[in-house]
Write a protein that binds this ligand. Structure first.
Ligand SMILES: Cc1cc2nc3c(=O)[nH]c(=O)nc-3n(C[C@H](O)[C@H](O)[C@H](O)COP(=O)(O)OP(=O)(O)OC[C@H]3O[C@@H](n4cnc5c(N)ncnc54)[C@H](O)[C@@H]3O)c2cc1C
Length: 378
């Protein structure tokens, strides 16, 4: 078995690193920027990446990609995350909105939307969660009712990241209220300036501008905005959730923070303390476990296999890695971990978000119990 990177993969990583190091300041972290500054920066940076076709390298060439494989996609994610994720909102477009369009879009939708994403011209947001539908996403109640000429959308979405800056919302709505809950859902590609859509900020413990509420009050949606078959949204959603769960190499950001915290501990002479040394070692082992598991997902993809179950296991491993790194930073910094700018404060937000966004830790464990241990959906 050969564990080395192929020459073209090593070259891609090298070229990416060289580019990122030239373009970004040392220890750049997009998440430490003020919201408006971050949004403007990521938009401009996405265009620079797009010029090299590095925003969507895994996409087919006709849609603005380089037709690279899953390993290059992973390398891209690792290097972006290791360099402070300068793409921010774009991760969503390139990791799962675009792939969902490639999977289920008609020719007009692909031609219109994919070229805009691969040029870095647009930002999307994800209109999934509702006040009564988070973990149980299929319980969503936002409805799209056909009135004979158009759909009329009514409902409320919450926790919608980037909605305030997005051009489009990837919206889930119920089109058949009488069908079993997974069977009556459709997907709509809604411009955020559509009349009847109101977006407002939800205050949160994360930085300002993180979350939004989107109220749909009689938004009129032509049939052309529907992605995939009416009432056939769920199988598409399941695939895109796998892409979302593995799309960001979160373990890599955690490992970078851990390395810097370990270096600070070494400089302060703290490594002689067995509690601190063990916390750092446990966190390093957790990051490595997550790395190996995502490589397994990528390997399955490269072989054309469906990685759904491995993706749940990876997601749990990466959440645990992020939490272990947070615990290690607290051991190193003590009460200093509460201060703004500390390793602990930085990692707290990431560890917290990781265990909730794109399905909570408990839900990933439920999925493992059902599909990995329990023999699948009955
Ligand atoms: C940083 C961040 C960004 C986000 N961005 C978006 C976005 O862009 N778009 C979007 O649509 N949503 C977004 N979300 C929302 C996210 O998807 C939901 O918060 C998540 O799915 C959980 O849903 P909920 O908040 O309604 O919690 P609930 O579903 O109410 O869960 C509350 C608690 O109960 C537990 N629980 C619930 N059901 C079960 C069960 N069956 N078994 C065991 N435990 C259970 C959960 O694990 C959790 O601990 C984001 C969230 C975060 C933190």
């Amino acid at each position: 078995m050969d564990f080395e990177w192929a020459p073209e993969e090593a070259e891609f990583r090298h070229d990416l690193k060289t580019f990122l190091e030239a373009e970004l300041p040392e220890n750049f972290d997009a998440f430490a920027m003020e919201p408006d500054e971050q949004k403007a920066f990521s938009k401009a940076f996405a265009v620079k990446l797009a010029e090299k076709r590095w925003l969507t390298p895994a996409w087919p060439k006709e849609y603005g990609g380089l037709a690279q494989g899953p390993w290059q996609q992973l390398i891209l994610s690792e290097e972006m995350v290791a360099h402070g994720e300068p793409r921010t909102a774009q991760y969503m477009c390139v990791n799962w909105v675009g792939p969902a369009l490639i999977l289920a879009g008609n020719e007009e939708q692909k031609a219109y939307h994919l070229s805009r994403i691969s040029r870095g011209d647009v930002v999307w947001c994800q209109g999934f969660s509702e006040p009564g539908a988070g973990s149980d996403l299929a319980a969503l109640r936002t409805k799209a009712t056909w009135d004979g000429s158009e759909y009329v959308i009514e409902g409320e979405k919450v926790w919608t990241s980037y909605a305030d800056t997005a051009d489009f919302c990837f919206l889930l709505a119920r089109t058949d209220p009488d069908a079993r809950k997974h069977h009556g859902i459709s997907i709509f590609l809604v411009p955020t300036d559509a009349p009847g859509l109101t977006i407002s900020e939800i205050p949160s413990i994360f930085s300002a501008g993180t979350f939004n509420q989107c109220v749909f009050d009689g938004v009129r949606a032509p049939e052309a905005w529907r992605l995939g078959p009416e009432n056939g949204g769920w199988p598409i959603i399941r695939q895109l959730l796998v892409n979302e769960r593995v799309g960001v190499a979160r373990f890599r950001r955690a490992a970078e923070t851990l390395d810097r915290a370990a270096e600070a501990a070494r400089e302060a002479g703290l490594l002689a303390d067995p509690v601190i040394a063990q916390a750092l070692a446990m966190a390093r082992a957790a990051c490595e476990a997550a790395r190996v598991l995502i490589y397994r997902v990528v390997d399955q993809r490269a072989k054309g296999e469906a990685p759904e179950e491995t993706a749940y296991v990876y997601r749990v491993a990466t959440i645990r890695a992020e939490r272990a790194v947070y615990e290690a930073t607290v051991q190193v910094e003590g009460s200093g971990a509460l201060l703004k700018g500390s390793f602990g404060a930085q990692q707290f937000g990431h560890a917290l978000a990781s265990g909730v966004a794109t399905g909570t830790l408990e839900m990933q464990l439920n999925l493992i119990a059902r599909d990995v241990i329990g023999g699948g959906r009955k």
